[in-house]
Design a protein around this ligand. Structure first.
Ligand SMILES: [Zn+2]
Length: 252
């Protein structure tokens, strides 16, 4: 069994580290923060070690240009999300890892209910082999530097986990472009996707940390425990949340 490394002490110290002091008969667990105040467990018992960040099959895996997937040719069990309007929501028949496939259906329903549009899945799971093909094609066409700015190296793409999706919205344009961030759907996703367990993985202004330009269309499923905690803490990127080094580029 893979044993995760704990997030660094610095990362833990940056958040409200809590200590259980008592459990009442009603089931409400009271906790004391390091600052000494007492609050309810519902808001405070986030467990930063609930899922490993180093293994490709973990909900919280952090993959970037200095953290290839382990194992590098990892392939998840994937399914086609059961959208209510499959021909609209998933015209290309993409698949996602199971937990992300379930969650994106709920996200799409909520987006539609909020009047933010019909979600279109532009890209989902990409295998190591598919990523090899895409990477080679872009590098041959544009050269190493420009090509790698467009396509991750195989084994380094979040799409290989099956937990990442590129999304657009019907009739709103700006598909897989910066301007998607200014559409109704892009705005709604940035402000609300955390409620459904997703984060916009490559936010504006974080390129030196993530190694990727702003990608308002690329969402990553991490589960609601983590997405809510990140939202609460005001931390937008996984690297900062887990106290990991920035990953502006590949190491070689
Ligand atoms: Zn993407």
């Amino acid at each position: 069994m893979f044993q995760p490394k704990r997030p660094s002490g610095l990362a833990l110290a940056n958040r409200k580290v809590v200590r259980k002091i008592s459990a009442s008969a009603s089931g409400l667990v009271l906790v004391a923060t390091l600052a000494g105040s007492v609050t309810s467990a519902a808001a405070a018992t986030f467990d930063a070690t609930a899922h490993p960040i180093n293994h490709a099959d973990s909900l919280w895996v952090v993959v970037n240009k200095i953290r290839p997937l382990y194992p590098i040719k990892y392939s998840p069990v994937t399914v086609r999300p059961r959208f209510s309007l499959p021909s609209t929501n998933n015209p290309y028949g993409h698949e996602l890892a199971k937990p992300a496939a379930l969650a994106i259906v709920i996200l799409a329903k909520a987006m539609k209910a909020a009047g933010a549009g019909d979600l279109i899945l532009q890209s989902g799971y990409r295998s190591f082999g598919e990523q090899t093909y895409v990477h080679n094609r872009q590098v041959q066409r544009f050269g190493l530097k420009a090509g790698e700015a467009l396509a991750a190296r195989p084994g380094y793409s979040e799409h290989q986990t099956g937990l990442a999706a590129d999304v657009a919205a019907l009739g709103q344009g700006c598909s897989v472009q910066f301007c998607f961030g200014n559409t109704v759907a892009g705005t709604w996703l940035r402000e609300n996707s955390w409620r459904y367990g997703f984060i916009v993985r490559y936010p504006k202004g974080q390129t030196p940390v993530t190694g990727y330009d702003y990608e308002p269309w690329h969402i990553r499923y991490v589960g609601t425990a983590l997405s809510r905690q990140m939202h609460k803490d005001g931390v937008t990127v996984l690297e900062k949340f887990f106290g990991l080094p920035s990953a502006p580029g590949y190491r070689n």
